[in-house]
Design a protein around this ligand. Structure first.
Ligand SMILES: Cc1cc2nc3c(=O)[nH]c(=O)nc-3n(C[C@H](O)[C@H](O)[C@H](O)COP(=O)(O)OP(=O)(O)OC[C@H]3O[C@@H](n4cnc5c(N)ncnc54)[C@H](O)[C@@H]3O)c2cc1C
Length: 412
């Protein structure tokens, strides 16, 4: 990360405080249920991002040559602390900035960095990830979406699924198989695919909480130029690994590339202590014990984020260390959802409607509980990575590791 520390963190913080007060709308605390069509929220997020950009507070940790400010994670942290209570373009944080732009910064071509990262920082474009496929997401190196060379171009065919907010994105990072003669990790290439290109179909999927942010995509003879390749041809696994590093870091709360923290107001998660207070149960000893458990776990999580992020930044921990953040995030958020539901009791079954009360927020948060152990790779995969790559335990046996991919038995 390029650092420009000409301005001290404290001076930057003071400037941000004044600018935020004068320019950014205050968040009124209104939480609405996930909407059937949330494109308005996307327009709003882009508008807010444009405001940050015009005010000189966008892309704090991205280098200046790609439209950012080239400042340090400490500057970003100070800004994050100051922007609490203001409306922020949270929808753009993940995957656009914390995963896709961060990956392009590490492995993209100069042109991809100058065009895509700057457009995202200006609020003109959003990015998404086309990784998981209908046959399964954990075995990422086993993708069967294919890209075939045709002179100078590539022809993409296949299907992806569970793509967060692809319907609102302009570009997707798509992992495809380009060589079936070599082993599965070696025959992959990452492409930057325009989501509106001819041959790309994006369908939205309705989730149990009512949201339609998830998408599935079909690629039918999509023509891509040679400049769409991210990293090396055949080097897609290295790019995907970098992407997964950024995703685990982002999901775990350790990404320096976000503007403001937390979830957008359509994805309510209520801290157990707020549930206890709102329902007048904070004097109940059993409730106090539950609230205490959630507070302790949250404090441990926050300190782990700080410690592990610092170790990842200095190289004291290898990139696989981001799986610790990812795992603890799942454990903490699921504990909090469970405790919030226990405290809310029957109230969680009653609070619904356009303006969610505390009960509605708890119930919608609980319906999303399981996503914390799936997004960014599952909890089981995080445990595998920690045991194999951090603790040096034996690798999981894999019969397909060194076999040409065309000979690997699939779908049985
Ligand atoms: C909130 C959220 C956002 C997401 N966003 C995106 C996105 O933007 N783009 C995208 O491409 N995908 C996205 N995903 C998909 C996500 O990456 C996949 O759900 C995840 O990788 C798991 O894949 P799967 O659901 O197909 O489960 P499977 O891979 O089919 O796994 C099923 C179960 O088997 C277990 N399992 C599988 N292999 C092993 C193993 N080797 N050892 C132990 N256990 C194993 C898994 O842990 C899981 O419990 C998102 C998912 C969520 C919940």
């Amino acid at each position: 990360m390029t650092e420009n520390t000409t301005e001290s963190v404290e001076s930057f913080r003071a400037r941000a405080r004044t600018w935020l007060a004068e320019n950014m709308p205050r968040w009124d605390g209104h939480v609405s249920p996930p909407a059937d069509d949330d494109i308005k929220e996307w327009h709003r997020a882009r508008e807010l991002q444009k405001k940050l950009y015009a005010g000189g507070f966008a892309g704090i940790c991205f280098p200046k040559e790609y439209g950012g400010l080239g400042l340090s994670p400490a500057h970003q942290q100070a800004f994050t602390e100051e922007c609490r209570g203001y409306e922020m373009p949270l929808l753009l944080n993940t995957p656009t900035f914390s995963i896709c732009a961060a990956t392009l910064l590490d492995v993209g071509t100069e042109e991809q960095k100058r065009e895509r990262i700057s457009a995202a920082i200006r609020g003109d474009e959003a990015l998404c990830q086309f990784l998981s496929e209908p046959r399964g997401g954990s075995d990422l190196a086993g993708v069967i979406t294919r890209a075939e060379r045709d002179g100078d171009r590539w022809i993409l065919n296949g299907a992806k699924t569970w793509s967060t907010s692809a319907y609102a994105a302009d570009w997707g990072l798509c992992l495809a198989r380009t060589d079936w003669e070599v082993s599965k990790h070696r025959g992959l290439t990452m492409f930057l695919v325009p989501t509106k290109a001819p041959g790309v179909t994006v369908n939205r999927i309705r989730m149990v909480n009512g949201s339609r942010e998830f998408c599935e995509e079909y690629f039918d003879d999509v023509v891509l130029p040679a400049s769409a390749v991210v990293g090396e041809v055949g080097g897609g696994w290295e790019v995907a690994s970098r992407q997964m590093f950024h995703e685990r870091n982002a999901v775990g709360g350790g990404s320096p590339y976000v503007s403001g923290r937390g979830l957008p107001p359509t994805m309510p998660r209520v801290p157990p202590i707020d549930v206890a207070r709102a329902l007048g149960r904070s004097d109940d000893p059993a409730v106090r014990e539950l609230v205490g458990e959630a507070l302790v776990m949250t404090a441990v999580h926050e300190q782990m984020v700080e410690r592990v992020s610092r170790a990842l930044g200095s190289g004291a921990l290898p990139p696989a260390g981001s799986s610790m953040l990812r795992l603890l995030h799942a454990e903490t958020s699921q504990l909090r959802e469970d405790i919030a539901l226990k405290i809310a009791g029957a109230n969680a079954a009653t609070g619904t409607g356009a303006d969610l009360g505390i009960g509605g927020r708890v119930s919608i948060g609980y319906l999303m509980r399981q996503s914390a152990s799936l997004g960014g790779g599952t909890t089981e995969i995080s445990r595998n990575i920690i045991s194999e790559r951090l603790l040096g335990m034996p690798r999981e046996p894999a019969l397909d590791r060194d076999v040409p991919f065309k000979e690997v038995k699939r779908g049985r």
